[in-house]
Design a protein around this ligand. Structure first.
Ligand code: COA
Length: 171
């Protein structure tokens, strides 16, 4: 995506030691949150799961996790499972940098389409996904159990968007 620079962050894979902090960001970000056992499963058992964290030095030299983005890479599909940024660090392109990085990495693994569900009322998130080229392809009525809100299904053609490294022609 163009115009990416924002807050200077470091991106790394989530580890078990990060669960407490990530759940704190989740609580500040979602009405429905994953329990710690879900993170333990994602980190230790789910070989398709990649969870990326954004970190900053705050206060120097201590590193602080301020954003999280999860993706399941299943054959040619990259399914975005979660995205959240600490409210104190929003609108600084933290989620955009995480998404850009996660899409590149999934593209290198062979993903050709990225897919996600988002609450129909979540305008900031929908706008961010549209900035990346995601398009609404379907609507799932009453998908979210806490308020019966609809989910929008959004897809991105990762090949057209340049994230997928096409296999070398062997000839
Ligand atoms: C959605 C969320 C992850 C965005 O994180 P972020 O780091 O603030 O996002 P970015 O700074 O990368 O914003 C990228 C784009 O998203 C859109 N956007 C983000 N926040 C917005 C807001 N409050 N209002 C309008 N548009 C917004 C803008 O188009 C923005 O691009 P711009 O800065 O060029 O205008 C964050 O708001 C969040 O954690 N929300 C709660 C959890 C959530 O809804 N997750 C998504 C579930 S599908």
């Amino acid at each position: 995506m163009m115009d990416m620079p924002g807050l200077a962050i470091k991106i790394r894979r989530m580890e078990l030691r990060d669960i407490e902090r990530v759940m704190e960001i989740d609580r500040q970000s979602f009405s429905l949150t994953w329990p710690d056992r879900s993170y333990i499963f994602e980190l230790t058992k789910n070989g398709n799961s990649r969870i990326w964290l954004a970190e900053i030095a705050d206060p120097e030299p201590f590193l602080k996790v301020i954003g999280v983005l999860g993706v399941w890479v299943i054959v040619d599909e990259a399914h975005i499972s979660t995205v959240a940024v600490d409210p104190a660090y929003r609108q600084l392109k933290v989620a955009s940098q995480l998404l850009e990085y996660a899409l590149k990495m999934a593209g290198e693994e062979g993903a050709a389409v990225a897919r996600l569900e988002v609450r129909a009322s979540n305008f900031p998130a929908i706008r961010m996904y549209e900035n990346f080229g995601f398009k609404v392809v379907n609507r799932r009525p009453r998908y979210y159990s806490d308020n019966n809100e609809d989910a929008l299904l959004m897809d991105l053609d990762m090949v057209a968007a340049g994230y997928t490294r096409l296999a070398e022609n062997p000839s």
